[in-house]
Ligand binder design. Sequence first.
Ligand code: 1HN
Length: 345
Amino acid sequence: MHALGRLEDLPLDYREALTAKNLVPLWPSLRAVLPPRVPTRRTQPICWPYQELRPLLLQAGELTPMEKAERRVLVLANPGHGLENMKASATMYLGMQLLLPGEWAPAHRHTPNAVRMIVEGAGAYTTVGGEKCLMSRGDLILTPTGLWHEHGHDGDAPVVWLDVLDLPLVYFMETSYVVEGKRQAVTAEAADSTYQCAGVLPAPAFKRSQSDFPVLHYPWVKVRAALLAMATNQPDIEAVQVAYVNPETGADCQKILGFSALMLRPGEVLSLPARSCAMVFHQIEGGATVSVEGHAFQLADADTCCIPGYTPVTLSNASASEPAFIFIADDAPLQKKLGLYEVRA
Ligand code: 1HN
């Protein structure tokens, strides 16, 4: 690949003539936008240990009342993207949200899709599209695009959860906006949904669900039990991993970001090939090491890290007796829809 002409190679008056007409020569910038073989990634491998951010989040609870915050969140920002841009990766936003007993985060709906991974506390709930979802550690609760949602807390200790949104992508596309609303009437309890019984679907008059998001709440107790059963029943399986899907279609539960839960068996070392998607790892239980070239993050309970795409990663569980459970988010669904997804051997 030979060197291309630089901007400085062009006469100043020519460059000024271009600028005056809103024109730009491609060749000085061509290699920057089309680097050979491997894309340029601003996403840096970064870890946010929970014990470091927790006191700062609780302090936000003292410093900023709910009325002044609407959502009391510390954003897990990747310095590679500039902290003020609030991106963990090019497409993924991460934030730790605090709700104190008795507080209320008012109803709104917006175009970005959100999910919440519950980190600590009990007694809080989120109501999504009229469906009340109680929050327990490790639960995954979806707030898909366009659905009303609000959070409440009837318990007596702080509740914290991890928000994962496709906000950077939706904002980049100039399609991000919010609508404020009134308190929703609760029309259903997620825990009572027919979908909580695996293997059967509601089929009134033999019709399938009209919703793109039939399940909004994936309780950790059930996901954990599924992983343990998989580890017991399929001891030779390469990875003990389940994906959060739409049970009507088997497709990813959201359209842009994908979510899964992984169990690392005691002593397990799992090497994943480089894939084009960026990834987020959040430790639900136990401890694990996330290793990429130049970094080894030791994740303890509730720690979160991210890695850029096109990066091989090794996950390991150093415990000889305890499993490790990890929540994973990535932008593979988006990349697959766009024909950009790759696995490199
Ligand atoms: C949002 O609506 C929530 O509803 C949390 O809890 C974080 C970050 C950016 C945009 C919208 C929530 C958010 C958000």
